[in-house]
Design a protein around this ligand. Structure first.
Ligand code: GCB
Length: 567
């Protein structure tokens, strides 16, 4: 794949990654003692981005921690401060002044500082990784809940008139595209200005105009007809690089042209039905936690390609931009979701307004950040919540509406663990089923009957035409436990469950694809695993096709043979 500039050519960026001052605040006294103005002397250093758990061997700490760094501003100028991901609650202070608060974990947030004075500035961040009944995820969760600033932090210099947001959308008819580019400019200048605005595809100028920009926000919409576009196909992707230059500022991103539809229980990409062969991937590694280095993403990709996959589910949160870039470049379909992970979420939480608002904000940020990535085909709004109750409906409808308002080109979905009692089936374009026959319940052979019952129910609810994906199934196999006969926790039994399930699903014409749980073993949440899960040996979820260091188990080879033979 040819390298290309991403984000900006003109806008200057100062990366704030590296060593920051760091201090834990287990008593949560920092705010009352005004640590944002007087950072405690007895701090230590911490790398950003990283999870404090791995860096400082703090595997039992969940709570508040403070970070400090400083930067030098050469002259008075406008600055955008971007946090690409901070786990949980984040309060940001510059020179002791509270810039704002953000709740989230895996998507970016930013602050524009107009006319920031020249000189040194102190940046302090209070983070809080505490989980409770209203956080997303809530307090019971099946992954190790790290803390910290897990993705880069950067400062960008903004000219007086700058590109605030932008988006490229299109409608495809065959290989003809109606392209629409919307650019939102923001002006920090008091008086009106004329700003030249150009658009390039590759290096080629495709649009030029002068825009009258007033103080505040000005929106520009450019419509074009492109013919004979090269399509982004599964396994054979084509990408276009679009650059918008507005006066002293620019943005660049890549897009891909593809049409997503559903028909006859299949997902169609550019009119071609694609049987989805996938895995669930946590973006996690024992040495790095969620601060996952790009070189390891390349390794994950190599393994996933070798397996014969054409899709990945990003369980259970928006994954790194770099990962999505890799999938764009290799033509792999991606399922993106927010970390609403729910089998233990109580109903009063599902019916809570703050909880719903947090979910809405997470969906909004996910789509804002990732809209241009052609690999993303599914936006998923939650995983395994109690979809049998009214509260779930109250919660879900606005989430689905928001996705449809923000993006009508992709499919809206979710993963249900109650396929036979679920009342939400009609709301979605695609239904994901998570079931663990052969592990948590029954025999793996029981899947055939379960699906028969499910289809009958979907028909009765008028949802029988929707594609159904098996979004989770599997079994634990402890790495190295290989024997003469399959028994629980052995690699042999795991391979038996997964391969039998894959074959049953493939024979069902109403199943459009499979996502095995899971790509690699992941560190389990120590608090929840004692109380809620029976099988977290070594404090890991051992259902990976490869172990946490990406060493293949028997099931890896079995799946590789099956997936490759279906290609
Ligand atoms: C699930 C969850 C997933 C778990 C998995 C398991 O249903 O969605 O996050 O880790 O089961 O192994 O129990």
């Amino acid at each position: 794949m040819i390298r290309t500039f991403k984000e900006h050519l003109i806008r200057q960026t100062l990366e704030l990654d590296g060593s920051w001052d760091f201090i834990l605040d287990p008593q949560n006294i920092g705010q009352s003692e005004k640590w944002q103005e007087r950072f405690p002397q007895d701090h230590r250093s911490m790398f950003v981005p990283a999870c404090w758990n791995n860096e400082l061997n703090l595997f039992d700490y969940e709570g508040v921690a403070w970070y400090r760094t400083s930067f030098h501003n050469l002259q008075e100028q406008h600055v955008r401060l971007i946090f690409h991901a901070v786990l949980g609650h984040a309060d940001v202070y510059v020179d002791g002044i509270h810039l704002g608060y953000h709740y989230g974990g895996y998507s970016p947030f930013q602050f524009d500082l107009e006319r920031l004075s020249a000189g040194n500035h102190e940046l302090i961040v209070r983070t809080d990784s505490t989980l409770d009944k209203l956080t997303i995820p809530t307090e019971v969760v099946d992954w190790f809940h790290y803390g910290g600033i897990i993705r880069p932090v950067e400062l960008q210099l903004l000219p007086d008139v700058y590109i605030d947001t932008w988006r490229v959308e299109y409608e495809l008819a065959g290989r003809d595209a109606d392209v629409s580019i919307t650019v939102r400019l923001r002006s920090a200048a008091a008086e009106e200005q004329q700003v030249p605005l150009s658009v390039y595809e590759g290096g080629r100028l495709i649009h030029n105009e002068t825009v009258q920009v007033s103080a505040g926000q000005t929106s520009v919409s450019i419509k074009q007809k492109w013919s004979d576009v090269r399509l982004w196909n599964v396994g054979k992707p084509e990408l276009y690089s679009i650059r918008v230059v507005a006066g002293q500022d620019d943005v660049i991103d890549r897009i891909g042209f593809r049409r997503i539809e559903t028909k006859d229980h299949r997902i169609l990409i550019n009119g071609v039905p694609v049987y989805l062969q996938g895995v669930n991937r946590h973006e996690e590694h024992p040495e790095w936690g969620f601060a996952f280095p790009p070189k390891l993403m390349q390794k994950d990709l190599d393994i996933i390609l070798e397996l014969g996959c054409n899709t990945v589910r990003g369980s259970h949160y928006p994954q790194s931009k770099y990962w999505l870039d890799l999938l764009d470049e290799h033509g792999i379909v991606f399922w993106s979701e927010i970390p609403m992970w729910g089998c233990f979420i109580p109903r009063d939480t599902l019916g809570n307004t703050l909880f719903r608002d947090r979910a809405l904000a997470m969906i909004d940020e996910m789509i804002e950040r990732d809209y241009h990535h052609p690999c993303i085909v599914f936006w998923s709004v939650h995983n395994e919540i109690d979809t049998t109750c009214e509260e779930a409906e109250w919660l879900t409808k606005p989430l689905v509406d928001l996705v449809r308002r923000k993006d009508s080109s992709r499919l809206v979905t979710y993963a249900t663990m109650h396929p036979l009692k679920d009342i939400l089936l009609p709301l979605f374009d695609v239904i994901g089923i998570n079931k663990y026959n052969g592990w948590y319940e029954g025999q793996v052979e029981g899947f055939a009957q379960l699906l028969e019952q499910f289809h009958a129910r979907a028909d009765a609810l008028g949802a029988g035409d929707k594609p159904v994906l098996m979004t989770e199934f599997g079994a634990a196999g402890i790495f190295g436990d290989v024997g003469w006969e399959p028994r629980l926790f052995s690699e042999d039994y795991q391979a038996h469950v997964v391969s039998t399930a894959l074959r049953i699903f493939k024979e069902d014409p109403r199943i459009g694809g499979t996502y095995i749980w899971q790509f690699s073993d992941v560190r389990a949440d120590l608090k929840s695993s004692g109380t809620h899960f029976r099988d977290r040996a070594r404090s890991f979820n051992n259902k990976g096709l490869v172990n946490e260091y990406r060493k293949p188990k028997q099931v890896y080879r079995t799946v590789r043979d099956i997936y490759r033979s279906w290609k």
